[in-house]
Design a protein around this ligand. Sequence first.
Ligand code: SAM
Length: 428
Amino acid sequence: MPSYFAIFGKTPALSAAELFAVFEREKIEAKPARVSAAGMIFETSRSDLARPDLGRSDLDFWSQLGGAVKAGEIIWKGKPNAQSELQAFLNRDLRERVPAGRIEFGISNYPLESGTHQGLTSPRGQTLIGAALKKILAADGRSVRRVTSREKNLSAVTINKNKLLGPGVEYCLFSDRAMTFVGITSWVQDYEEFAFREFTRPRADAIAGLVPVKLARMLLNLAAVPRDSTILDPFCGSGTIAAEALALGQKQVIASDLEERAIKETRENIRWTLTDLQRLSKQTLKVPVRILQSPAEEIDRALAGERVDAIVTEPYLGPPLRGRERTDELQRTLNELQKIYEKSFAAFARLLAPGSPVVFIFPIYKKGAAELSINDLTGIENAGFRPDPLLPERFRHTPGFALTARGGIIYSRPDQLVHREILRFRRI
Ligand SMILES: C[S@@+](CC[C@H](N)C(=O)[O-])C[C@H]1O[C@@H](n2cnc3c(N)ncnc32)[C@H](O)[C@@H]1O
């Protein structure tokens, strides 16, 4: 069975959860061999995951992800002390992959547990391997260049710039106490497209709060629903999640917000996104996005009995914080938010069939070293929902994964006063 690897982005627990959700949506039976903050190695009977990008109109497996930065196939595994075998393997493999002309290659390394950053997969080992490979190949008269960078590992930018997806080669080395794996990188994230949508869309209301585009993509994937299902964002703000749903190829999208300003911004951003996607796929996209103005607490009425298949939303997280608020003020805001959320879930219950998902963000307020959040989920459960853990139990305690006690995944930057906790629920 082929094995693959994915290297995770800045929020590894979320990247892992996204990958599990996409396995579910694509009905891919995947057996994780290693899950760590660096990434995941898994086996699957699917043999086509190493193929490069299939193009925009048909996103390939990897390009649909927001949380993976590199991926490829595992091509060798051995005991961590099998250093000469590894060296011989790389020497042979590189000659086969680049039979003639100049050889350009790079090596990145990812320890799978702490304390195993030694031997050939340590930075020093990596340098030694690279140097030895270069020497052997040069002695054979091959012109060879090893691509290095100031970063610890080669970034997607460096890989693209040096054409290491072909004709050049990048090897990723992984190791823990039991095993060393070698992967060959066959895909890197389309960081330019994400950045373009993030920074070029016409409306970005930073004060009302904006979900980063990659996070929007991950939230959508966590819903794990097919492309032709209807997705609703009832707190759409400037429409980032709805727009990203289009980029992901969703065919039915509904966006709604309480404020007229948000509706206007969403309309503008959606129009811009459709034009942008047209530029990329060179075909006219006619995805009717419905944009409604309604309080989320009454969204079922606004949809007049219509059903949706999934709700993916970053709700109102309270007024922007300055850091000077007293604990009792913060607590009061959280109590108000809890009421809005509970009423909204009661409306969601009337829109969703049993089993349908709600991917929802809860605020965590930072007050010095303390954290305040909405702890009581019984109102939401009583509205007809059960929490649906984002990660299988055995991976929740993976070092480097930021999870809350109830299994929510934290998405944050250290300087933020409001951290996001991502939770998924299912309609009972
Ligand atoms: C954090 S923003 C969402 C931002 C959005 N994810 C984006 O990236 O553009 C929350 C939005 O909820 C809206 N809102 C506040 N209370 C609401 C309610 N009760 N029902 C629906 N929308 C509400 C606000 O107008 C605001 O646009």
